[in-house]
Design a protein around this ligand. Sequence first.
Ligand code: HEC
Length: 198
Amino acid sequence: MNIPRPPIWLLILVGAVAILAVLILSGRITWFSTDPPVEFVPNMDHQFKAIPQSGSSFFSNKSSLREPIPGTVARNVSVYPLAQGDVDLADSVNVDPNYEKSEFVIARGQNRFNVFCAPCHNYNAKSDSNPIVKRGLWPGIPDLTRPETAALTNGRIFHIISAGQNLMPSYADKVSPIDRWAIIYYLRTLQQAATAGE
Ligand code: HEC
């Protein structure tokens, strides 16, 4: 049987259309559509996992973030003994160990401050340039360089970091006590810089 060979331009055209179709369907070409691509091998795309801050179809209360089981504590965590309202005891319980304010300690404080505090209080501790404050979404974050905050004792700030204060959550389970002191010493340098107008 004599099957006629298709002309070369037809082969090229069919090939080009096929490649284009694969590129479009797999989401490689985005000018065509911004819809999610067709999933040829979707194995890894939709995994069953808990995504923080989003709902869960697994747990009965539909929350992905799990509360600690009542009456239990995480391992290797030093439990902060005071409740948020125990402000009067803050200075007697949190005695400032007065670590040397070496370059290393201040740098450690800066590192921890930038990770744990800057999201709300900003890198300069002034809070006002924070995007959520600027957009008026959360006006209640105080400027930590203001005189009222600068007047707080180290033990009192240790208490705020450890127990939280109103909308500010506790960082006792995330920032170790020694790092809390380093953060406080670093915060003092920010406050001094602000008063000096730097
Ligand atoms: C999730 C946002 C958030 C984070 C992160 C955060 N704070 Fe706060 N902070 C607040 C809010 C809100 C207040 C005001 C609380 C109130 O209304 O009393 C506050 C208040 C304070 C105050 C008291 C200021 C005053 O004049 O009363 C200090 C000190 C402070 N924060 C230090 C820190 C430090 C140090 C860290 C990092 C370990 C930190 N904060 C992390 C939100 C935050």
